[in-house]
Design a protein. Structure first.
Length: 549
């Protein structure tokens, strides 16, 4: 039995890997004044265990490390996909530009460190990845170094530099938030009030409206005719005539004084008044007096996924209309050409007696969504790995760049998450399955990095590795402090600044953000900038290794 713990084997390697993951997750959950190590706990646990010379098979760990990285970036790409392109709209554009400034700033400082010190590019890129707390970029950098023929020692140095720079990567972001707050004498309560007011005004989240028909050109026209005129501005649900409500079927003829009830966006209501008549916003109702009802239905019928509302034709076959669609946290105004995707929650207004039939047709079965879509997962990863392996020739770079195991699956997953389906093949993944896949990947990767790097970790610090920490502090602190000050000078809300700074650094400080105040401003800004910064971090880590040798 003693030999099992002291001799290298597949079983002993798996044993110490699980021990690393178990103790690391517990360590990462420990909280001191609102600060947690998060996933870095797994990395430090692996370094500690490896420091005592446990027998591990490095080849097994290399495979598990890369596999964990692929699982993580693919799952996160799927979740980012639906809102990736919309994140560049409105104030999201300025937040993304500021976040890109943070990425470029850190990359520029890393380049300066390379030119003015005698550190290797492997050490500096590891420091860069740790200073910005971005684990996938470390994986991408290590893969490029390995493909260039760098030995195991050099690759492990990258992991050690990452681990040395990581702690201040977390602390530096929190310090920056506090410094900006102190420097500008920010009143957090005033920022909350300001955010609440502006967000309420800016909400074009769908509004229930009632429009009284006064346009004589529409009298005598049926609802089908009206739909094609205002299809992109109003989702019609019902009509109120002489105080009674009934479903607005396509054949129904409009009369003077009719009140059309439906759903629209705040910015479209003026157009509706010009085309139809006087409107008023009403409180969204969960129930309607009389024979009509409102229900939310989960689309789980795979045969309907990918089809438009017009193709499915619920409104033609039933006295019922679709008024809202909820997808990945986004509210969508339904039009005839809106495509429904697996996992959509659809709000329907209709006669009570037919709503059960509508539910059955659309599916409304949580059990169906609980089944993991294994075929699409492996197909997406397969395509992502192929894409990541394709060489990309960039002028000025001596060797062809590759998206690699991090960039390829991430890009494919973003596109598949945005698209939702290809023909009859759906790429939907339940939030629970996605979270499990993401957590498994992000735990496996740093566990392996820690075990592979820990044997020489202490000796490295003693022999000058402490300098790497100082360089990491510069990479962390300077860009976010400068960009944070610029953001505040641009009158951006402090809560949003905290959110986009955390998003641009992509890891644990969001937990500290949310502890400042309970509103969602920080999380929204974080989610807005996270996709593009994650992609750029992975790409720039590879470019650094390819250009600076």
């Amino acid at each position: 039995m003693y030999d099992f713990f002291t001799k290298q084997s597949s079983a002993s390697t798996m044993l110490y890997l699980c021990l690393t993951a178990f103790t690391g997750v517990i360590l990462g959950k420990l909280e001191i004044k609102g600060i947690k190590l998060g996933i870095a706990g797994v990395l430090f646990s692996g370094i500690f265990i490896s420091h005592f010379g446990v027998p591990i098979d490095s080849h097994i760990l290399y495979f598990i490390r890369d596999f964990g990285l692929v699982l993580f970036v693919y799952s996160i790409g799927l979740s980012m996909g639906p809102r990736f392109f919309t994140s560049f709209k409105k104030d999201g554009l300025i937040l993304n530009l500021l976040a890109i400034g943070v990425v470029l700033g850190g990359f520029g400082i890393a380049c300066l460190i390379y030119y003015f010190t005698d550190l290797s590019s492997a050490v500096i890129v590891g420091t860069l990845c740790g200073a910005v707390t971005n684990t996938p970029s470390l994986g991408a950098a290590q893969q490029v170094l390995a493909e260039q023929g760098a030995g195991d020692i050099i690759v492990s140095e990258t992991g050690m530099a990452y681990a040395i720079a990581y702690p201040f990567g977390i602390l530096g972001i929190i310090i920056t938030m506090l410094l900006i707050r102190l420097f500008f004498k920010i009143d957090v309560n005033a920022e909350i009030e300001n955010y609440t007011k502006t967000s309420d005004k800016a909400k074009m989240n769908l509004q229930s409206v009632e429009i009284t028909v006064s346009n004589h050109n529409l009298l005598g026209k049926n609802i089908d005719y009206i739909k094609h005129i205002i299809d992109k501005e109003l989702a019609i649900s019902r009509i109120i005539r002489n105080g009674e409500s009934f479903i607005a079927t396509d054949a129904e003829i409009l009369q003077e004084g009719d009140i059309i009830c439906g759903v629209s966006s705040q910015n479209l209501i003026n157009n509706l008044e010009i085309k139809i008549g006087k409107s008023k916003i009403v409180k969204s109702k969960e129930g309607i007096p009389g024979p009509l009802s409102i229900i939310n239905v989960l689309l789980t019928n795979q045969k309907l996924s990918g089809k438009t509302i017009e193709q499915i034709g619920i409104y033609r076959r039933y006295p019922a209309n679709i008024t809202r669609i909820y997808r990945s946290g986004i509210k969508i105004l339904p039009t005839l050409n809106t495509t429904l995707e697996l996992g959509d929650t659809i709000r329907i207004v209709g006669k009570q007696e037919i709503l059960n039939d509508v539910k059955k047709e659309l599916g409304n079965s949580i059990n169906e969504l609980a089944k993991p879509n294994i075929i699409s997962i492996f197909l997406g990863i397969f395509v992502g790995i192929l894409l990541g392996s394709l060489p990309v020739f960039i002028p000025g770079i001596p060797a062809p760049a590759k998206l690699g195991l991090a960039g390829g699956p991430l890009l494919v997953a973003i596109l598949l998450g945005y698209k939702g389906h290809i023909s009859k093949l759906n790429f939907y993944m339940t939030p629970g399955a996605n979270l499990f896949m993401r957590e498994l990947g992000i735990i496996l990767f740093p566990s392996c990095v820690g075990l592979l790097s820990g044997e020489k970790f202490v000796k490295t610090i003693q022999n000058g590795g402490w300098q790497w920490m100082l360089y990491g502090i510069a990479i962390t602190l300077i860009p976010i402090l400068v960009v944070g000050i610029i953001a505040r000078l641009l009158k951006i809300n402090y809560l949003k600044i905290c959110g986009f700074i955390s998003g641009s650094m992509s890891m644990p400080p969001l937990e500290f953000d949310n502890s400042i105040v309970p509103v969602q401003a920080q999380a929204a800004a974080y989610a807005t900038v996270y996709p593009i910064t994650m992609f750029l971090r992975v790409l720039f880590a590879q470019i650094f290794c390819l250009v600076l040798k």
